[in-house]
Design a protein around this ligand. Sequence first.
Ligand SMILES: *[C@@H]1O[C@H](CO)[C@@H](O)[C@H](O)[C@H]1NC(C)=O
Ligand SMILES: *[C@@H]1O[C@H](CO)[C@@H](O)[C@H](O)[C@H]1NC(C)=O
Ligand SMILES: *[C@@H]1O[C@H](CO)[C@@H](O)[C@H](O)[C@H]1NC(C)=O
Length: 299
Amino acid sequence: MVDLYGLIVLLLALQIVSNEGFTFTKEKVDCFGNPDNGGEPCPTDTEFKEYRSKEYRIQATVNQTINKFLQKRLKPNFSSPHGIVKRADSIGLFRDLLIILDSSGSLGSRYFEIVKQQIGDLLSLFCPLPDAFSSNRRFGYNRVALIQFSSIVKEEFDFDDNRNILEIKAAIKSVPYLGGMTCTGDAFYKAVQMFNTSKGMREGTKHEVLILTDGTANCGKPLSTVLPALHAKATVFALTIGSFPASGNKELASYVSKPTPDHIFAVENFQNLQKLWNLIKAQIGPLNPCIPFDLYKHK
Ligand SMILES: *[C@@H]1O[C@H](CO)[C@@H](O)[C@H](O)[C@H]1NC(C)=O
Ligand SMILES: *[C@@H]1O[C@H](CO)[C@@H](O)[C@H](O)[C@H]1NC(C)=O
Ligand SMILES: *[C@@H]1O[C@H](CO)[C@@H](O)[C@H](O)[C@H]1NC(C)=O
């Protein structure tokens, strides 16, 4: 039985949500049906709480993106300049990050631009300064490669095509929108091949994948045939945009490394995605021009 309070909360949640132009998944609405007649059970109290506060959810995603992806420790070390690493520091501190960009028809070219903008901005928050992606070893460096996919998979740049963050941001900006289907399995297959020294990947670095997607796969190789190989090569993170039925959430969770909650970052819509970088900046505060990673923990 749905109690009156529960119903009111759900109706309020639906109203808030529809005002924001965000579509509720069918499963949640189905709970209005007669439960004895095979309707879905209504959301639990915890789920109600989630629906009640959009602010809470986006802030939780911001925190998670900072703590689990961008850095390992936010506390600034005031006795050393932010994020400085020495030439002698081990290469094991750095990452070779592969970005997998969903370019399918559901995004549309306008939202694709937002996604690209946010990725470039996120990368600019990586430490060490002055340029976390400088190929000049003295300044310490990460590398990034990018592939995009829809019905096809396209390599845009590999790990050593760009020499600094400005080149990387420009390269991301110029990635053309494809449109088409969502062959995620094909993208993962290509991703496995990208982790190869012939693509500028280094041995001894952290090998990471960040996939940005707004939907589940609807074409291409079965995911179960490619994910084990990818997980063996790299730590996989996902930034997901939208809300999905339980089967969709399960699929998206299967993309990422374990423990799942540490590797999946969800925003409900493109409006929230557009806010992400500003909220991250606000959270780390003006004292941190970049997000220091833990130089000591990972040696
Ligand atoms: C996010 O992190 C800040 C600072 O650590 C904390 O005050 C806040 O409660 C966190 N918010 C959520 C939703 O986790
Ligand atoms: C902070 O930086 C100083 C100087 O680089 C270093 O000696 C010290 O170990 C660092 N402290 C922590 C907690 O990492
Ligand atoms: C790396 O790429 C080369 C050239 O494309 C290929 O011959 C080799 O098998 C690849 N190595 C791995 C481990 O996939």
